[in-house]
Design a protein around this ligand. Structure first.
Ligand code: NDP
Length: 464
């Protein structure tokens, strides 16, 4: 592995300029490493390598591509400890979360795509037509910092299984874990040019990928504002775009819910990864009959979240990823016009920490309830009946995830009415093969499982 290089055409190569990006440890504010700041010229080289590799990779039988992904999974699994440590350092994820989610989840997803590709499904027919699925082409993958390996693997594994080749730009804040993936790809013998890495900034490398005439599809995860810019750039050449954007998800606790469990799990969901999760249930909607109890329960659950060194086993809340992100989150807290229930716990002097913060009596139209804060901030809102709960839940320009707690039939009826891409009933766990993606300004396109794979395919009808 060579962190001062790019990975293009199956080799570690120098960047076109000597400029670098410093990667910071957000828990200590110290510089961890430097990576090259790629340029538009580097993107050209990477896209050319991906294009040159495309025909052979697309023509490789899917089961063989699955076998290659299996080898990649093996090589990456051998690095699981290093992945958790790296994400702990560059993101500040507490070790337990780093091991289980930041390292564990992408390995599960990669294994899933290796298995899926190993058993390709029969081709469909419709009347006298054969329906053929083919890879979309060269994919540009632009990813954020909050789940830095998972977001990459969700795109790369699906795209490679489908027969696409990829140019990857990870977040400039957390590029180091992507180097571990490319290192594993190199060891696993991925054919040259199938997966290429160009680290760098969004406005330079990301924008060059989005606007590149030879990139057939851009798969983007990040903020809605940047997703809009990527979409505009791709629209000029009618390139396909998949956008996984922000969220402001509602956790609806109905009259007949197990309130204690609903609040405990709800708080855990909202504060996972320091609240830097696009699916976080940041709005807790509680039936008025349970409201006071829920506020009290949420406060005491939040107060148990110790901030501190991510490598200390007792830490549950790491820092936010950067000074800018911490300042942004503090801005929302300072401007909030609601009842602060908890949020003044001491935090370390060094590092970008924000304590677990809970607001009650939040106006559903306020900034607190409408904007994606991306920090450990929970808003609690009362409702009168199920219809009222649905109206508040859907009062958002986002629609990515959500939860409903109550008797199974009633909870399902409410879930069906929520304008959102996923809903968990009574704390049902995350499913890494279920389609993942948004309604409204949370984006379009789906990742994970079969739906994630077909996102990277074209459909052809051959009449016989
Ligand atoms: P961005 O949307 O800016 O970053 C996501 C990715 O897009 C990064 O790789 C970034 O590069 C890249 N990028 C930035 N500008 C461009 C551009 N013009 N063209 C192409 N790519 C570009 O998110 P931020 O890091 O700025 O986070 C801001 C907010 O976005 C957060 O507070 C949160 O609300 C939301 N967010 C949501 C995420 C989600 O999963 N839904 C994930 C991350 C953020 P670079 O490396 O320079 O950052």
């Amino acid at each position: 592995m060579n962190r001062d290089s790019l990975y293009i055409g199956g080799r570690w190569v120098p960047a076109s300029s000597g400029e670098t990006i410093a990667v910071e440890n957000p828990a200590t504010e110290e510089t961890l490493a430097h990576v090259p700041a790629g340029s538009a010229e580097d993107v050209d080289r990477a896209v050319a390598a991906a294009r040159a590799a495309f025909d052979d990779w697309a023509a490789t039988p899917m089961a063989e591509r699955g076998a290659v992904l299996g080898k990649l999974h093996e090589a990456l699994s051998a690095r699981a400890g290093e992945i958790a440590r790296t994400v702990g350092l560059e993101l500040g994820a507490p070790l337990k979360v780093a091991k289980a989610v930041q390292a564990g989840l992408p390995l599960t997803v990669l294994r899933g795509y290796a298995d899926l590709a190993a058993q390709p499904v029969e081709e469909e027919t419709a009347g006298h037509s054969l329906i053929v699925r083919e890879p979309v082409g060269v994919v540009g993958a632009i990813t954020p910092w909050n789940y830095p390996l998972h977001q990459v693997v969700a795109k790369v594994a699906a795209a490679l299984a489908a027969g696409c080749t990829v140019v990857l730009k990870p977040s400039e804040l957390t590029p180091l874990v992507a180097y571990l993936l490319l290192d594993a790809a190199d060891e696993a013998g991925l054919p040259a040019g199938v997966l290429n890495l160009v680290p760098g900034t969004g406005p330079v490398v990301g924008a060059a990928i989005a606007a590149h005439p030879d990139v057939d599809m851009v798969s983007f995860t990040g903020s809605t504002a940047t997703g809009r810019a990527v979409s505009h750039a791709a629209a000029d050449r009618i390139a396909r775009v998949a956008l996984e954007l922000g969220g402001k998800s509602a956790n609806v606790i109905l009259e007949d819910a197990d309130v204690t469990k609903a609040v405990k799990v709800g708080v855990g969901n909202a504060f996972l990864n320091s609240g830097q999760t696009c699916t976080a249930w940041t709005r807790m909607l509680v039936h008025r009959s349970h409201y006071d109890a829920a506020v009290e329960l949420a406060a005491s659950a939040a107060e148990a979240y110790r901030t501190g060194d991510p490598f200390d086993e007792s830490t549950r809340l790491g820092p936010l990823v950067s000074a800018a992100q911490r300042d942004r989150v503090r801005g929302f807290i300072d401007r909030a016009d609601a009842r602060l229930v908890t949020g003044n716990a001491p935090v370390p002097d060094k590092g970008y920490f924000v304590p677990a913060t809970v607001f009650a009596d939040v106006d559903p139209d306020s900034e607190l309830a409408q904007e994606e804060i991306f920090g450990p901030v929970l808003s609690i809102i009362p409702f009168d009946d199920d219809d009222h709960a649905v109206r508040i839940a859907n009062n958002s320009r986002y629609g990515l995830a959500g939860g409903v707690w109550g008797s199974p039939e009633r909870a399902l009826a409410v879930a069906r009415r929520m304008r959102t891409g996923a809903v968990d009933l009574n704390g049902a766990p995350f499913n890494p093969v279920a389609p993942f993606g948004g309604y409204k300004q949370s984006g379009f396109g789906r990742e994970l499982g079969v739906h994630g794979l077909t996102e990277f395919q074209q459909t052809k009808a051959i009449q016989r």
